[in-house]
Ligand binder design. Structure first.
Ligand SMILES: Cc1cc2nc3c(=O)[nH]c(=O)nc-3n(C[C@H](O)[C@H](O)[C@H](O)COP(=O)(O)OP(=O)(O)OC[C@H]3O[C@@H](n4cnc5c(N)ncnc54)[C@H](O)[C@@H]3O)c2cc1C
Length: 380
């Protein structure tokens, strides 16, 4: 067993760390406050190859592995989880979905632009009445010869108002249940496709979350991904990899909060000594470090499973379940270690605490991860 990183891994991790500190950090409080989508920074992340990390260079990607991807996600998320969710959705839901299951024309037309950051992508599964229960799709895509007619509503869509390409899941044949579901590539500006208002969120406020409306949108047949009826499997397979990205996001939020708490505890004095010398604080740091490192091992194991071609449904669910719990618990502790300063924006930990919560909700809630894990155990 070899836990060491390769030179290439260290290089990309350091590039992401440097970018996060020099480019993401300066405006992060303001973007959070104003719910400002970091369009210029997304462009720069595209230039650095962060938007298509695992995509084959022949489609404009960086051609790196899933370990590299989680290293980038952790570093970006330490500073700005709103920026990292853009990276996560684009890489592991949109680019991966197209590269693994799209045909050559779709890859040439869309993936080449998504991998370089020329385009941003969105993944549209959730609906007002279909969240955890994603099989209850009310959005319909009716076969009409050379095109499908798409009708329905998607909600909570990350990059919703800022994307060029939307992967949309819809029901084509209700009599076939989830085997009658398809996935489609929908382009911004197709007639009948409307973007609803932006959500005002607790956390990841710099990310752009919208409800989308499809009113008789004509989607060409060649925009269907995979065989007829493949859409639900497409969504589940893609989300499995997405969970590795969100687990890494949670890990980054937790480790970012830990780093701030450690530094603060070595500077702040109370009762004549730095607060890290009080055992109550020192033990919090020990628990944080230990559990964050345990989360990191789960995240790395899931990424390694993906790189090895192993099934990663269970390991990605475990990584997301645990890393998101650690992120939530330890960002609260980081606020506590900062005392009153933890409660104000300037010290960053209150934002990390708010950002942590979403990692227990999207791409499958923690309860859904437990269903995935327990089912896979019982099936064995
Ligand atoms: C900021 C943000 C960004 C998002 N981005 C996207 C995106 O880009 N694309 C997209 O498609 N979706 C996105 N989502 C949607 C997200 O994936 C869903 O919110 C999530 O899957 C939960 O669905 P729901 O909100 O309908 O909750 P519900 O499914 O209604 O769940 C409510 C509660 O019931 C629990 N529950 C439900 N079923 C069970 C069960 N069988 N057993 C035990 N407990 C259960 C849940 O765990 C949860 O605690 C985003 C959401 C948010 C908030």
């Amino acid at each position: 067993m070899d836990f060491s990183l390769t030179e290439e891994h260290i290089m990309i991790r350091d590039a992401a760390r440097d970018f996060a500190r020099t480019e993401l950090l300066p405006g992060v409080i303001e973007r959070d406050e104003k719910q400002h989508f970091p369009a210029e920074l997304v462009k720069k992340m595209g230039d650095l190859g962060f938007l298509g990390i695992m995509v084959d260079p022949k489609y404009g990607g960086s051609g790196m592995d899933a370990i590299s991807y989680v290293l980038v996600m952790e570093e970006l998320s330490k500073i700005d989880a709103s920026a990292s969710v853009i990276v996560s959705v684009n890489n592991s839901l949109v680019c991966y979905g197209l590269e693994a299951y799209g045909n050559e024309e779709q890859k040439q037309k869309y993936l080449t632009k998504l991998a370089t950051g020329e385009f941003v992508g969105a993944f549209c599964l959730s609906e007002p009445e279909a969240g955890s229960d994603a099989t209850s799709q009310a959005t319909t895509a009716i076969d009409n010869g050379d095109h499908y007619v798409l009708n329905g509503t998607k909600n909570w869509i990350t990059n919703g108002g800022r994307s060029d390409v939307y992967l949309v899941i819809a029901q084509t044949d209700r009599s076939k249940g989830h085997r009658g579901i398809n996935a489609f590539i929908v382009e911004k500006g197709m007639p009948g496709f409307e973007i609803g208002p932006k959500e005002d969120k607790l956390g990841i406020r710099g990310s752009d979350t919208h409800t989308l409306q499809f009113n008789d949108v004509k989607v060409p047949k060649e925009n269907r991904i995979g065989e007829d009826g493949f859409g639900f499997k497409f969504a589940m397979k893609t989300l499995s990899g997405g969970r590795i990205g969100i687990a890494a996001q949670a890990l980054g939020i937790a480790s970012g909060a830990y780093e701030l708490a450690l530094k603060y505890s070595k500077e702040r004095k109370a009762f004549g000594t730095e607060i890290c010398n009080h055992q109550a604080i020192a033990f919090k740091l020990a628990d944080m470090y230990t559990e964050i490192d345990a989360a990191r091992h789960l995240v790395m194991k899931a990424a390694w499973d993906k790189d090895q071609g192993n099934n990663y449904d269970r390991s990605s669910a475990m990584a997301k379940l645990y890393a998101s719990k650690v992120a939530m618990e330890h960002t609260v502790e980081a606020v506590q270690i900062h005392g009153g300063n933890g409660f104000v924006k300037e010290y960053h930990v209150e934002r990390l605490m708010r950002d942590a919560k979403i990692t227990q909700i999207y791409e499958g809630t923690s309860e859904i991860q437990k269903i995935v894990i327990s089912r896979s155990l019982i099936k064995e």
